[in-house]
Design a protein around this ligand. Structure first.
Ligand code: WTA
Length: 657
């Protein structure tokens, strides 16, 4: 192994604190903490300079930042087009460079590669298709597609004409898709016949049909994913449903990108909060793209010869920023994969990384925990020597998992970049940078340059080192931070600015200072769960369960799980006279699958006589949560029905007194 591939060195003075090697420092864009200090002196100037570098502006902004709490704007008056920045501007230098490599799940199917020029052509054509279908600037387009190249093509095509896309995770049910389509009143939906998942052909079109019933929907475009004879039955509704390939046949490649003002919405992404109804998080154009570009570049030290693979599905924010906009705005080569990591065996991801010489690999702790369980024999079969940098996202990573990732995937050469962020932040916000470090297991790292994080106690005072508090961000707010909640300004204000006033962004995550600069994240402090890295709210699952006619009420809480991080557990109260049964439990699990999707299904259903409640009738999920992990239960006196606690303890087999 040459020195060039040795990217991390161990700090001899401190245990398990890794630092970048001289080779890594030399290659990195930034190798000194002066980056942070300079940015902190004048964050607005820092972001202004970065936005100049990141983006080809059609028109320069006239004001870099403005705040009308709790609203704020970046790059006011600046005009740009995201698809121009992801495609057109690369054509001259990188026209023949591979932009995207797609790997299908079935081994027999060949990968597809798109050069920047190739991708540009497809995007231009589809943007003209959208125009023909009557989609205009500001219109919403619902996208319900798996990890196939057309997904990125249609997203970029929306951006090209200034339409706002709303991508919905393809493993979510059609019912769940419809909720989002109804909320954002999408005119056009884009879906496909189906896709392969664990060797099973999934019929996506039949699910999309449920959402297509929404009042606002005029047309449904259907990508033909399956080649030849389709393994699923697709019914096309005349006058409404159109095949993508037929529309593309005659579409012109000539498409002018529509410049939009920087603070115009680029996309909506629905995410789970503390209520049953998902929120349409609004991301803007210039601020979002600046943060997507810069974090991709700096977090992963991405250079022109890198091959970047973010395994996240595009239905989540990680897929938006790091499997589409970030890498493409940089002109990088990225890999996307359709299927499951265990197809045909647990070596598949390593086989793909080996085949395409992946140099930067970004995934979720839940996946690594699974790989760890399956054993090191799988990665050992493949040549992973091209890997330089590893990343994780979505949930706290425990030390054993970090170590395994570092040892068996990175072969002790690659730093593990643990990135903390949220759907709302658009891009990463707390992590180490490869040329600067330090890389410490279970410590996410330092707030991104030009951002101002704080950890506060209940009273709004900064916590002392070692104490847990709430992670917040102060003004100027990160350029990628959400600009609102679709059609719900109250929700925006209450959720993010309600805790410490409208000049402090509340993350709903617990955190503590590991040292002066580095932050350890302790997890959500609200009723949001992270199940296999997927964000889910208690109330969402409860709503699905209580929609059953025999159920009066329910409470859903997370329970720690060795592989999935957390799993939902349901407590269900049935109507008087209704007998509990295993069959009814199964029926409820099925109902959750149907209403939300398989990720949300409860791992256990407890039928109970009642739930712990406050005097005002609010369900105290915290008691149930603690009971499941045999934790101290805390003060019962605030409950209207304290006697229920002893009963519930018996039901779950609580051990502590
Ligand atoms: C959690 C995913 C610990 C956190 C990008 C956050 C993390 C929520 C980390 C957002 C991390 C994300 N360490 N916790 N590195 N990254 N989280 O919206 O609780 O799906 O609030 O965005 O994931 O989840 P979301």
């Amino acid at each position: 192994m040459t020195d060039k591939t040795k990217w991390v060195v161990k700090d001899p003075k401190r245990k398990k604190v890794f630092l970048p090697s001289p080779a890594m420092k030399k290659r990195a864009y930034f190798s000194s903490t002066s980056l942070y200090t300079t940015a902190a002196k004048n964050p607005k100037k820092f972001w202004g300079d970065m936005a100049k570098e990141a983006i080809d502006w059609k028109q320069k902004w006239n004001k870099v930042y403005e705040e009308k709490p709790p609203y704020f704007k970046w790059f006011l008056g600046g005009k740009l087009n995201v698809s121009y920045n992801c495609l057109d501007r690369h054509l001259e230098k990188r026209g023949n460079k591979v932009a995207m490599i797609w790997e299908a799940e079935p081994l027999g199917e060949r990968e597809r590669k798109y050069t920047y020029r190739g991708l540009y052509r497809e995007v231009c054509k589809f943007s003209n298709v959208l125009r023909k279908l009557g989609v205009r600037k500001g219109d919403r387009v619902g996208i319900y597609l798996p990890m196939i190249p057309e997904t990125m093509i249609v997203m970029l095509a929306c951006a090209r004409i200034g339409a706002i896309h709303s991508v919905v995770f393809s493993a979510f049910s059609g019912v769940n898709f419809k909720k989002r389509v109804d909320d954002c009143e999408a005119k056009v939906l884009i879906t496909c016949d189906g896709y392969w998942r664990r060797n099973k052909a999934i019929n996506l079109k039949s699910q999309a049909d449920i959402a297509a019933k929404a009042k606002s929907v005029k047309k449904v475009v259907v990508v033909k994913r399956f080649e030849g004879k389709s393994p699923v039955k697709v019914v096309m509704k005349k006058g409404r449903d159109l095949w993508y390939h037929e529309l593309m046949e005659n579409a012109s490649e000539d498409s002018k990108p529509v410049p939009v003002e920087s603070n115009t919405p680029l996309f909506l992404l629905y995410t789970s909060g503390t209520t049953g109804k998902p929120k349409g998080v609004i991301h803007d154009t210039g601020g979002y793209l600046t943060q997507a570009y810069l974090t991709t570049k700096l977090d992963f030290d991405l250079h022109d010869d890198d091959v970047f693979w973010c395994t996240a599905d595009v239905g989540w924010i990680t897929g938006h920023t790091y499997a589409c906009y970030g890498p493409l705005s940089l002109g990088a080569t990225m890999v996307i994969y359709e299927g499951s990591p265990d197809m045909p065996d647990w070596g598949r991801l390593w086989a793909i990384a080996d085949k395409f010489d992946v140099s930067v690999f970004y995934t979720a702790p839940t996946a690594i925990r699974m790989f760890k369980k399956m054993g090191k024999k799988w990665p050992k079969r493949y040549d992973l020597s091209t890997l330089r940098i590893l990343g994780t996202v979505g949930e706290p990573i425990d030390k054993e998992t970090w170590d395994w990732y570092f040892d068996y995937i990175g072969h002790k050469r690659c730093p593990v970049i643990d990135t903390w962020w949220q759907t709302e932040t658009g891009g990463t916000l707390v992590n180490a940078l490869p040329g600067i470090g330090p890389f410490i297991p279970t410590v996410a790292g330092r707030p991104f340059p030009g951002t101002r994080a704080a950890i506060l106690d209940d009273k709004g005072q900064p916590v002392k080192k070692g104490e847990t508090g709430y992670l917040v961000f102060k003004s100027p707010f990160p350029p990628g931070l959400l600009r609102g909640v679709w059609k719900n300004p109250k929700k925006y204000k209450d959720t993010y600015w309600g805790e410490y006033g409208n000049r402090t962004y509340f993350t709903a995550d617990g955190a503590k200072w590991y040292d002066k600069h580095n932050i350890r994240i302790t997890g959500r402090v609200d009723d949001v769960m992270k199940v296999a890295g997927h964000r889910l709210s208690s109330a969402e699952v409860e709503d699905a369960i209580t929609s059953h006619p025999l159920v009066i009420e329910s409470a859903v809480v997370p329970k720690p799980d060795e592989i999935r991080g957390q799993v939902p557990i349901a407590f269900v109260v049935l109507r008087p006279g209704i007998k509990e049964s295993e069959a009814l439990g199964i029926e409820l699990v099925k109902l959750v699958r149907k209403v939300i999707g398989p990720t949300a299904k409860p791992h256990k259903v407890y039928f109970v006589e009642g739930l712990p409640k406050t005097r005002s009738g609010k369900i105290m999920r915290r008691f149930l949560r603690s009971m499941l992990v045999n934790e101290k239960l805390g003060d019962k006196t605030t409950l209207q029905n304290p006697q229920i606690v002893d009963y519930l303890k018996k039901v779950v087999g609580y051990k502590k007194k």
